[in-house]
Ligand binder design. Structure first.
Ligand code: CMC
Length: 446
């Protein structure tokens, strides 16, 4: 009769071990019993970049990368994008269920009444250089909120934890908009509590001197949909950082700052900015073949393409592609970069290099074109990713804190440096013979 176990024979010793399989997974720690000598540390797994290692059990987001499926708490993301608001989705991610009308009203009211930030935040945003990148300012200011809410360090107190979660979701758009205003040399605009979450963000970013600031409701809706699509994505790089920082019981403001820093990189949330710069560099459809040739020759990456888990069309990219058309129709201006993006996609999807590696457009490929149509500068794109991802980070952070299996995140390493060496006085030191190496494998140094 079939058993949910794995038998492993260690050919070094001839011994066989049996380890349990649960959810198609074995526990890495079960391998530690596999030793040659009793004094050995025991067998480890090596998985640089976590290609095949589950770091948690999670009930928040489900992805089937081969089928192009993304669900939050069981609901397909396209259904949520079609029918829900961003704050409804944030509630779902954090609480596990869609809110009733009264639950949603209460949540929206809580978030709306926490959108203001301490007046001193103005002062330190003012202190950034005139050309500071808004993402750098966002990372710094959200981390600095930790100093305004010292009680936030009591992360195991459910009420305190929830209060900070609401504050963070509420204040991210304010910090984001103010970072933008500073980088534009424009005065800060205070939140308007009469407006919805996304409308208020556009208002704080865009208002100049209009007696009544108005944005087309469909533009507000488009931004809300983009927020929904970016809200969570299970154990991506920044979420892993959020969980990692949170695992030391640091407060959620500094943990969100760390997660946002991870998001900033061009291989993650900074890709949307990189896509736009790439499309501008390509400039016209005629330059695409040469660009693709360069990528295939190892001269860079096709930004906005490829994903660690999607080996099929990213379901978020499908919705965003449609949205890009709608938004450009609404603003009455097609981006000259849209035909470049579409042709690039067409060529890449029929080119064996990309097809054989299963590289499809991801969420970042078309989102930048929407932001560009809304006249939002490229520097702000990763910031626009960080605002909605905050609810996902917080849901994952709280799940981690309440998970009895979790411990402080602390991976192992395979040490490749020198064995013990005797200290050399500075007068006796000589430059190493070229090529210098600080990481010789142990065997070579013995
Ligand atoms: N353009 C050209 N080649 C690529 C690309 C790309 N965008 N992505 C992967 N490859 C190649 C890569 O060179 C490698 O080829 P080979 O097997 O010949 O060495 C193969 O495909 C596998 O790539 P990998 O780097 O091992 O894949 P990964 O899972 O480690 O990386 C990724 C995933 C998203 C970092 C990568 O696809 C990439 O750099 N994409 C461009 C940046 C980007 O768009 N990032 C946004 C991701 S979606 C938003 C988010 O959630 O952050």
């Amino acid at each position: 009769m079939a058993k949910d176990t794995l038998s492993i024979t260690d050919n070094r010793t001839g011994k066989t071990y049996e380890v349990a399989i649960t959810d198609d997974t074995i526990r890495a720690n079960d391998l530690r019993q596999i030793k040659v000598q009793e004094s050995d540390f025991g067998l480890m797994t090596y998985d640089a970049g976590f290609l095949n290692t589950a770091s948690c059990r999670s009930s928040i987001t489900y992805i089937d990368g081969d089928k192009g499926i993304l669900r939050y708490r069981g609901y397909p993301v396209d259904q949520l994008a079609e029918n829900a608001t961003y704050l409804e989705v944030a509630y779902l991610l954090i609480n596990g269920e869609l809110p009733t009308k009264s639950e949603l009203d209460q949540f929206v009211s809580n978030v709306t009444h926490h959108t203001f930030v301490h007046e001193n935040v103005r002062t330190f945003i003012d202190g950034f250089r005139y050309d500071a990148h808004p993402m750098g300012m966002l990372v710094a200011t959200v981390g600095a909120l930790s100093t305004f809410y010292p009680e936030a360090k009591h992360v195991l107190d459910g009420d305190i934890r929830r209060a900070q979660m609401v504050r963070l979701i509420a204040k991210m758009p304010t910090l984001a908009a103010w970072s933008y205003r500073h980088s534009m040399g424009m005065p800060f605009v205070y939140p308007n509590n009469e407006m919805s979450y996304s409308e208020n963000f556009l208002y704080m970013m865009k208002r100049i001197a209009e007696p009544k600031f108005e944005v087309h409701p469909e533009i507000v809706r488009a931004l809300d949909v983009l927020f929904i699509l970016h809200a969570d994505h299970e154990q991506n790089c920044s979420t892993n950082v959020m969980r990692g920082i949170g695992s030391s019981r640091a407060d959620p403001y500094v943990a969100v700052a760390g997660a946002a820093a991870a998001l900033y990189g061009p291989l993650h949330g900074g890709a949307n900015e990189a896509v736009l710069r790439m499309l501008r560099e390509i400039g016209s459809v005629t330059n695409i073949p040469a660009f693709v040739k360069e990528v295939k020759g190892g001269g860079g990456r096709l930004m906005g393409f490829g994903h660690r888990v999607y080996k099929n069309y990213d379901p978020r990219a499908k919705v965003i592609k449609r949205l890009a058309d709608q938004v450009m129709d609404l603003v009455g201006k097609k981006s000259p970069l849209l035909p470049v993006a579409m042709e690039l996609e067409r060529i890449a999807l029929s080119d064996d290099y990309f097809v054989s590696r299963k590289l499809y457009p991801n969420v970042d490929f078309y989102s930048g074109l929407i932001y560009e149509a809304l006249q939002i500068p490229a520097d702000m794109f990763p910031v626009l990713f960080a605002i909605p991802r905050t609810s996902g980070w917080l849901a994952q952070w709280e799940e981690m804190l309440l998970d009895k299996d979790q411990k402080i995140a602390r991976p192992r390493q395979i040490y490749t440096g020198y064995d013990e060496r005797k200290f050399v006085p500075i007068s006796d030191r000589r430059p190493p013979a070229a090529p210098a190496s600080h990481s010789k494998p142990r065997a070579e140094t013995d």
